[in-house]
Design a protein around this ligand. Structure first.
Ligand code: CA
Length: 239
């Protein structure tokens, strides 16, 4: 089954090149020129990944990203941001808001396609080659064989063994894994796993991280996969 991708980009030439490169790789690409249209697309269908431009005629890609991260169905949607060259502030903001990767324009369509495929694999989408344990450089990636995130079934396995996770724990770990190696603030984790449930607090995140760690330890006592960064948040290390 080919992955479904939504491309939100108002520059027709860039959109055409990107869509061509991705379709050639077997991905189904839906293109939106406006934030308004993309929002409707996301409400109407399930997508596996969003390629998101920052500057759009009817709004900012960053605002849309914030909105998506705070809504349960799209809180963990992999997002690759595109932005004008040298807009450092967009890059920092984009990653802070929970973008999974970032490319500055101008970029090569091949680079974009490689990054898209890497994100899809990280999200548990095998892609056309069905091989989940190689990263875009062709090296063996630690993340795939260690953890497998089956998004459709909402299950994560560690070294081939299924983890008995609650729904919240699943969302929490899935979000951490998609941003493996990055520190996630408690606020970002709350938004990803709890959406707009206002009953939840930072303490809720800490409690769930604790049970997650216990479950991971049960399957693999030799490793501590989730690290705490004082005052900043949590990070999953898969190296
Ligand atoms: Ca633009």
């Amino acid at each position: 089954m080919s992955a479904r991708l939504l491309l939100l980009e108002d520059d027709p030439a860039i959109a055409r090149t990107v869509a061509y490169a991705l379709q050639r790789d077997g991905l189904a690409v839906t293109h939106s020129l406006l934030v308004h249209d993309a929002r409707q697309q996301l409400q109407g269908a399930r997508f596996d990944l969003l390629v998101l431009d920052v500057g759009l005629p009817d709004g900012s890609g960053l605002d849309l990203l914030r909105e998506l991260r705070n809504a349960a169905p799209t809180a963990t949607l992999p997002v690759l941001m595109l932005s004008a060259h040298g807009e450092e502030i967009d890059r920092v903001l984009g990653l802070e808001l929970g973008a999974d990767d970032y490319l500055a324009k101008p970029f090569s369509p091949r680079e974009l396609a490689a990054r898209v495929k890497a994100l899809l694999r990280r999200a548990g989408h095998g892609g056309s080659n069905g091989n989940g344990n190689r990263n875009r450089n062709g090296q063996s990636a630690a993340v795939a064989p260690l953890f497998h995130d089956d998004e459709a079934g909402q299950r994560i396995s560690l070294r081939g063994q299924s983890l008995p996770l609650t729904r919240r724990e699943y969302r929490l770990l899935s979000h951490l894994l998609r941003g493996a190696g990055r520190i996630h603030s408690r606020e970002a984790l709350l938004a990803a796993a709890w959406g707009d449930d206002s009953e939840s607090t930072d303490r809720t995140v800490d409690t769930h991280i604790k049970t997650l760690r216990a479950k991971l330890r049960e399957l693999d006592p030799a490793h501590e996969y989730i690290s705490t960064h004082r005052g900043m948040g949590y990070c999953v290390d898969v190296q």
